[in-house]
Structures are given as structure tokens and as C-alpha cells.
Design a protein around this ligand. Structure first.
Ligand SMILES: [Zn+2]
Length: 695
């Protein structure tokens, strides 16, 4: 049977780019350059503040220069564990010469050698030279694990959180070091392949200790031997020091035509274990490819030079971003939008993954997500048509043009709500407020293991994401007021679709038998009110960004208001059908809920790579009593799974205007209704830590 499929280009990049602009970008980016650049990066164990990280930074900056980018250079930011960048405390550097672990008796075998396989030695291990027995302490993270055991001078075998094992076994009980099979970054796939060796890091602020990492399988064998009363003697030799140093951050630009028009920033994180192909070598080489292609097209005149400067930053996750922005407040104030790539190169079939365009949080409504979504759908459409036998390889963007072939896979990708976990947390946070288009593969079966390697990467995928990022970045950099008449109807339609989705959710809430009828009405209506405001703000963000005249979006706002009114009416009808009399808040309007929260601490979110500002300021005992973070649950929801998101957004909603009650309503609309008590208790702990004040 011969199928002839005519593609009517139902999905295209309009109205953001012309067909010609899109095909120029699509054809210029390739998947081989990033794939080959990744080959180099994956050879380096890229721990911030180490020689190997410096080598990676050197490689990227040389490539950026070679590609003709402007002002490509590396900056060094001093770190000593005390100095702060914004709200974030700096960490420490690590200098490692060697690390070997042998089993001496009864067998003579090499267990790990940092020189040939750096992931085997946990980051921030200290110098040691010991010949000693191995002792099993289970997880090794509670006092109970050490009862009746003498670990002094020995090496403990443990699978609990490494920094906690270090504190208990080494610092408190005098163990020499640790042998660990801690399951770093668990996913639903964790444990399926017991031969993976996971990346481990000790707490650099502890004065002593070393750890070697082994697979679950190897650890299991050792545990069985110890359980059978075998005496296992190991020899560890480590030459490494932890101390002050610096973080290296690369940056380069494509100069915009109008120096006063602001900047668009592309980001990724250059650090992580060797090989760290997807996480996040892939993001680093893919923004580099976007840089190469855009620079070439702009330089040659094929694409008009955009008015905004496009900046690229490669540094340690969170830490490089915070250090760079804190040092360059002029640039921070100049940033208008962010394209962040963290894990974008995985072969989605091998990694059992999906590529996500991730929305900005509700505290920062922005049109930037919809721009990314347009290019995602365009590429996805081309890929699907091709995979099914009817499309063109050009539109599918399969990487078969140069020596290394990419796959012909479909492009499994979607648009998902905000999620935490990378530098976009910094950009999207309220005191930086640069809306981020966050691109990521999730899950990834090999994350933070020795198997996150080039073999799991796909040149076709790299090419597709490079094009997606480059096109979105070019749109942000070029966006101008004259485009608004074409763009506003399009973006209004996107907002209407999202508002509809919120209404569907509100309908479920209003009928939720777990909530009293009047309260359910209040929560459903609260969701609708916040959704409508979010979409109004989204349209406004487009007008503001492009420099359009005030109220350009009024037609769109009217359409949204009309839609919102109908939804509100229908919710009321649903509520009344189950006997509700009036929407009633679950919290009373007492004095506490009227207090207004004001940010007083320096900029940045609370959580960064190696720093938790709230924990550092309050101490562990007080911190452990914060109800929200303990997963305190109320009538409607257990917040345990989403406590990080709630905490992140509660602080973001602090703007000097919202009251405690209003912040509660804002996060309840974004996630699920949450008891006022949890929000109030969290805000009070922030006030105690002098991050905010409550007036
Ligand atoms: Zn990452």
C-alpha cells in the first residue's frame, strides 16, 4: 500500500518567525558540533573549583571565541565558604591529586581509582592513608546505625546520604572514611541497573573524611561477605585538599543593535560528575551551538541583528549564576528573558524520557513559555510526520547530514508546569525576575551515574533543541512593538486555552467531597481568580517586553474577562447544586493574616546548590520545626511531595503588598489548597531568619 500524505503545515512557527527565518535557523544548527563538543566535556570530572572544571571552562571559552562570539572570556569568583553572592553563601574548592581504594585481604583487588575513573572518589574527599577493616553500618544516617559498633579508624559501608554519614561516622564516631552506594538522585527507574556507580559528594565544610563510590551490586556482595563474618581489610590512599579557591564562569555575547534594549541570556550548568553527558554537558554544548548558529546568521546578514544583546553564560549550577549576577548588577538589571537548558541531549528512548518546555512559576507570569511551545510543536510535528513515513527530513531535523548520524526518533516533548531544580530557579525568583524558558529531559535513568555518557545522547535531539532554543532566543531578542497586532491575538488564544484548563480543574475542586461545599466554592473560585490574573499578567508581560503603548492588550483582556465571568457563573451553579450558600474562606480574617510580608534579605532564592539560607540562618533544630518543610498536612492535601515548590513560591509571592492570607491564596491556586497555618508558620520562620519582615 502506498500512502501519500499531504502536509498542510497545520503546525508552524508563525506568527513568531517567518518561514524563511525559521528554515535559516533550522538548517544552520546541527547536532554534530554539540555532539563532538560533548565528547570532550564528558572526559572531565567537572566539580566547581577544581582543575578539571577550569579545563572545561577553558574549552568552552575557546570554542566561543572560535565561533566568533563577542567578548568571550572567563571570570573567576572567589569562594571561601563565608563570602556571599546575593543571599547565597559561597562554597569551597577542591584540589585532588589521587585517590585509590584496594581490598587487601582476603582478596587483592582494586575497588576504585580516581585517576582513571574520577566518579569513584566522592567530591571533597580529604587526604588520607589507611589500612583498615570495613564495617557495615546500614544507611549510616542515624545514631541507631552505630549502636554496638566500633567504627573508629575503620571504613564504614553505608548507603545513606553521604554528607550525613560523614557527620555521624567520621566526625562524631572517628571512622576513617566511607564506602558508599548511596542512590543519588533517585528516579522511578533507580535500582533497575545495579551496576551503575553513582556520583557522591561529601560536605566540603567538614574538616575530614573521604568516600569511595561503588555500585549497588558490588556493595551488596560486600555486605553479604561481612554478614558471613568475613574480615575485609581495605587500603585507602587519597591526596586531596578542600579550601578557598574560585568559581570559573564563561560568558560571551552577540551584540544587539540597541545597547539600551536589554539582554537575553542563555544558561546551562557546566559542572557535574564525569561523564555527565546529559546532565548538563548537553545544555552547555547546545547553548554553544545556538550561539554559533545565531552569530553566523546575524553576522552574515541572513538574519537581521536583533535589538537586544544575546548573552551566554557557562558556570557551576546556581553558584555561577548567583556569583555572576551579584558581581554584575548592571547586567542583572539589563536581563529580560532567559533560555535555560539542563539535560537536553538524551536519546529519549534510551533514557526513557520526555523533553519538557517548563512554564514560569505563577509568581512570574510571562509570555516566554508560549514562544518555546510554538517551536516545540513545530519540530514535533515535523518529527512525527517523518517518523510515520510522510514528512521531510528537513522539517524532522534528523541529523544525517554529517558523519555522525542521529536517530529518526519522534520528538517526545510537552509543556509542563514549573518545576524546580536548576538555575532557572534563580532567574525566575522574585528578586531577579527574569522569566525563564527552561528546557529539560525528565526523567533520565542514568542521571548522576557513570552511565550518563555520550552513548545515551542523540545528535538529532541536540539539533532539535539547539534550533528550539536559538529560535526562541532570537524572538526574545528581536521582539518589538510593531509586531504586537499580530502577536496579541495569538497569545490571547494561548491564555484562553490555559484559563479553560484551570476551569476544568476548578470544576473538580468545587465538587470535591473532601471539602465543605462553601469552602470548595471559595477554593475553586480562588483558582479561577488567580488563573485569570495570571493570564492578564502574561499578556501584559508581552506588551511591556516589546515596548508597546499602554493598554495595547485591552482587547485580549476583555476576551479573557468575558471567559472568566462565564466560568465563574458556572462554578457558582455547581457549588449551589451541592448546597453551598456562599464562598467561604477556610481561614478567618484575623490580625495575623493581614500582616504584609516584605523582603529584606539580599536577592536570590533560599535554596542553592550547596547552600540553604534558611537552614544556615536558623540552625538545624529550629529548621526541623518548620511545619511546611516537615510535610505537615492539612485537611485537603499532603504537601510532602511539593513542599519545595510551595516554599519557593511563598517567598516569591512576598512583594511588600500581599498579606499572609493573600500569599496563602496565591500558592493554593497554583498547587492545591493548603492550610493557612503552614504558610503563616513558614513566613514566620523566614521573618525569624531576617529574610523577610512581617508588618
Ligand atoms: Zn542538571
Amino acid at each position: 500500500m502506498l500512502l501519500i500524505i499531504v502536509c498542510w503545515r497545520a503546525v508552524a512557527q508563525e506568527p513568531l518567525l517567518s518561514s524563511q527565518q525559521w528554515s535559516l535557523i533550522r538548517e544552520e544548527v546541527n547536532g554534530v558540533s554539540p555532539y563532538e563538543n560533548l565528547r570532550y566535556l564528558t572526559g572531565l570530572h567537572r566539580v566547581p573549583g577544581t582543575a578539571a572544571f577550569a579545563q572545561a571552562a577553558q574549552f568552552i571559552v575557546e570554542r566561543a571565541r572560535g565561533y566568533g562570539l563577542d567578548d568571550a572570556h572567563t571570570e573567576q569568583f572567589p569562594i571561601d565558604g563565608v563570602r556571599t553572592y546575593g543571599l547565597m553563601r559561597s562554597y569551597l574548592a577542591w584540589s585532588v591529586q589521587s585517590g585509590q581504594l584496594w581490598e587487601l585481604r582476603p582478596h587483592h583487588v582494586l575497588i576504585g581509582d580516581a585517576q582513571t575513573d574520577p566518579i569513584r572518589l566522592a567530591d571533597y574527599s580529604h587526604t588520607a592513608s589507611v589500612e583498615t577493616a570495613l564495617i557495615d553500618v546500614g544507611a549510616g544516617t542515624s545514631a541507631h546505625d552505630y549502636e554496638g559498633k566500633n567504627v573508629r579508624g575503620k571504613i564504614v559501608l553505608a548507603d545513606g546520604l553521604l554528607s550525613r554519614v560523614q557527620e555521624l561516622a567520621v566526625v562524631d564516631h572517628g571512622a576513617a572514611g566511607i564506602l558508599s552506594d548511596m542512590p543519588n538522585q533517585t528516579t522511578v527507574w533507580s535500582g533497575l541497573d545495579p551496576t551503575l556507580v553513582r556520583w557522591g559528594h561529601l560536605d566540603a565544610r567538614q574538616p575530614t573524611g573521604f568516600a569511595f563510590m561503588i555500585s549497588r551490586q558490588a556493595a551488596g556482595t560486600l555486605r553479604a561477605r561481612l554478614a558471613a563474618h568475613e574480615e575485609i581489610v581495605l587500603r585507602a590512599d587519597v591526596k586531596a585538599t578542600v579550601g578557598p579557591g574560585s568559581w570559573a564562569v564563561d560568558t560571551a555575547t552577540i551584540k544587539g543593535a540597541d545597547p539600551s534594549a536589554g539582554q537575553v541570556v542563555f544558561s546551562c550548568h557546566l559542572d557535574h560528575e564525569r561523564p555527565g553527558a546529559n546532565d548538563d554537558g548537553s545544555g552547555c554544548v547546545t547553548i554553544l551551538e545556538a550561539a554559533r548558529a545565531l552569530n553566523l546568521l546575524i553576522h552574515s546578514g541572513a538574519l537581521v541583528r536583533p535589538k537586544r544583546t544575546i548573552r551566554f553564560i557557562w558556570g557551576p549550577e546556581h553558584e555561577g549564576t548567583m556569583a555572576f549576577l551579584a558581581t554584575h548588577s548592571d547586567i542583572m538589571n539589563d536581563l529580560r528573558a532567559n533560555v535555560h537548558m539542563d539535560m537536553v541531549g538524551g536519546d529519549l528512548f534510551k533514557n526513557k524520557s520526555v523533553m519538557h518546555v517548563t512554564e514560569t512559576p505563577w509568581s512570574l507570569p510571562s509570555f516566554v513559555t508560549d514562544v518555546g511551545a510554538v517551536f516545540l510543536r513545530t519540530i514535533q510535528h515535523g518529527a512525527t510526520e517523518y517518523a510515520q513515513g510522510g514528512g521531510s527530513p528537513a522539517e524532522a531535523m534528523v541529523e544525517t547530514r554529517i558523519a555522525e548520524s542521529g536517530t529518526r526518533n519522534e520528538f517526545f516533548a510537552d509543556v509542563t508546569p514549573f518545576d524546580e531544580g536548576s538555575d532557572h530557579d534563580d532567574y525566575d525568583s522574585s528578586t531577579i525576575a527574569v522569566p525563564s524558558l527552561y528546557l529539560r529531559d525528565w526523567p533520565d535513568t542514568y542521571i548522576h551515574t557513570d552511565h550518563d555518557s555520550l552513548e545515551q545522547m542523540d545528535a538529532t535531539k541536540l539539533r532539535r533543541v539547539a534550533a528550539l532554543g536559538a529560535a526562541a532566543g532570537y524572538v526574545y531578542a528581536s521582539l518589538d512593538a510593531p509586531q504586537l497586532p499580530l502577536l496579541l491575538p495569538f497569545f490571547t488564544a494561548q491564555s484562553e486555552a490555559r484559563l479553560t484548563a484551570s476551569f476544568e480543574k476548578a470544576q473538580k475542586w468545587v465538587m470535591d467531597p473532601g471539602m465543605a461545599a462553601d469552602v470548595a466554592w471559595y477554593e475553586a473560585n480562588n483558582l479561577l481568580v488567580h488563573s485569570l490574573q495570571r493570564e492578564r499578567d502574561t499578556l501584559h508581560s508581552l506588551v511591556l517586553f516589546s515596548g508597546g503603548v499602554e493598554n495595547s492588550e485591552s482587547e485580549g483582556l476583555n476576551a479573557l474577562n468575558t471567559q472568566g465571568s462565564a466560568f465563574s457563573l458556572w462554578l457558582a451553579r455547581n457549588a449551589k447544586s451541592r448546597g453551598a450558600k456562599a464562598p467561604t474562606s477556610s481561614w478567618a480574617n484575623d490580625a495575623g493574616t493581614m500582616r504584609v510580608a516584605v523582603r529584606i534579605a539580599p536577592f536570590g532564592p533560599i535554596q542553592n546548590q550547596n547552600d540553604d539560607a534558611l537552614l544556615a540562618r536558623l540552625g538545624r533544630e529550629r529548621y526541623s520545626k518548620i511545619k511546611l518543610l516537615n510535610g505537615g498536612s492539612g485537611h485537603y492535601v499532603s504537601v510532602l511531595d511539593q513542599r519545595g515548590l510551595y516554599a519557593y513560591e511563598i517567598l516569591n509571592f512576598v512583594n511588600g503588598k500581599r498579606s499572609v492570607g493573600e500569599i496563602r491564596d496565591a500558592v493554593s491556586a497554583e498547587y492545591r489548597p493548603i492550610p493557612l497555618e503552614l504558610v503563616e508558620d513558614y513566613l514566620e520562620s523566614l521573618a525569624e531568619a531576617k529574610i523577610i519582615s512581617l508588618n
